[in-house]
Ligand binder design. Sequence first.
Ligand code: ARG
Length: 470
Amino acid sequence: MTEKVQTKPNSGKMWGGRFAEKTAASVEAFTASIHYDCRLYRYDIAGSRAHARMLARQGLISSVELDEIIAGLELIEKEIDQGEFVFRPELEDIHMNIEKTLMEKIGPAGAKLHTARSRNDQICLDIRLYLRETTAEFDQLLIGVQHSLLKLARTYLGSVMPGYTHLQRAQPVLISHHLLAYYEMFKRDRQRLADGLKRINVLPLGAAALAGTGLPIDRKFVAEELGFPAVSANSMDTVGDRDFAIEFSAACTLIQLHLSRMSEELVLWASEEFSFVELADSFCTGSSIMPQKKNPDIPELIRGKSGRVVGNLMALITLLKGLPLTYNRDLQEDKEPLFDTIDTVGQGLAIMAELLANLKFNTETLERATVGGYMTATDLADYLVKKNIPFRQAHAIVGQTVAFCIEHDKELPDLSLAELRRFSAEIDDDVFAVLTVSGSVNSRTSLGGTAESMVAEALAAAENDLGKLL
Ligand code: ARG
């Protein structure tokens, strides 16, 4: 016996039972998210599969119904994969587009899929699955950039360049040391993503709308099906929580900042003024009016795209501020900023790996840039410290020596021993070894320092770490 209850015309929606009027077209357009949440279809379907298996196991649907649901979902997935599926904005979002199509394809069994489930926990599941996969992809992309950095560091091991503070030449360093600084930054990015994954990788399904369900579900089974090591503890927190998305977006923002800082250096270094590097022609563009131009558009664009990534993080944070528990429709606004960050940072990482793989350093220019500018002044001070002169006093002595050099248009290594001894009687002819660029660089053997011995060790360790992952 089938009951037919239809006392008033309803809106035609899956949730339309209590509605007497059709939804206004403007409302449909305003509330629809299908044009962007359609990218979640694979996760939505994976979640539905696991949910249906659980329902069958718990006797909430029959095994025949389960088979029908699984077959129907597979059909839908294939149609979407092949671009044959027609997304309907009037069905709002990815969840209802799939569920409604399933009902149309398989009939009554399709109407049982949403048992003990709400779109509120379903959307959390989809995002978590998506971010889990993206975390793994980003790790690979970060490894790609690190790989390019290590190759450069290996190629140029031993070559020097000026190290800067305040964008003023400070002390000579190895090019490889500079490159390995970025290796470390991206290593922290990978650690941050891995840490965030612990909080992403928690099953939300089963929280239902906000309070859990009275139906006999088995959340642990669903968690196992979907590879979640943990199940969320509080149903109200579960459907209102987007901390994990904010954390992910923050981790991506730091990646973007690292890419952007590197881009800034590349733009500077590729300029005529620095001429430190040569970007491959295939990674530059020309000017429509100035025939001589070769512009570093890729690093410029990466740097420029930082604005949207930072903006997306701000959008997410602002979205959550002041939201009462639990689910609010505001939360639908989490997706576009999150997706845009993923697209932007993912593209930036991929192209940066390629750009670095095609980068050349002008080692002679770089070496020339380390000569002059009194960059070994600290070495002279350290030399005096080794002769038992207190550092502050040594600093003053070297300051006076540099002033003398400026006055006489000389560099420190140009001074004779007699000239040097005017500033300190402790200076002997062994001083000239520390005033050279290579003497300066190779004296910095402190842990994490720029001496070639230390950098070679750091490089080998990084290559070994990364080698295990490639
Ligand atoms: N499209 C919605 C979102 O992204 C899914 C959840 C909708 N839930 C609801 N009760 N309207 O947040």
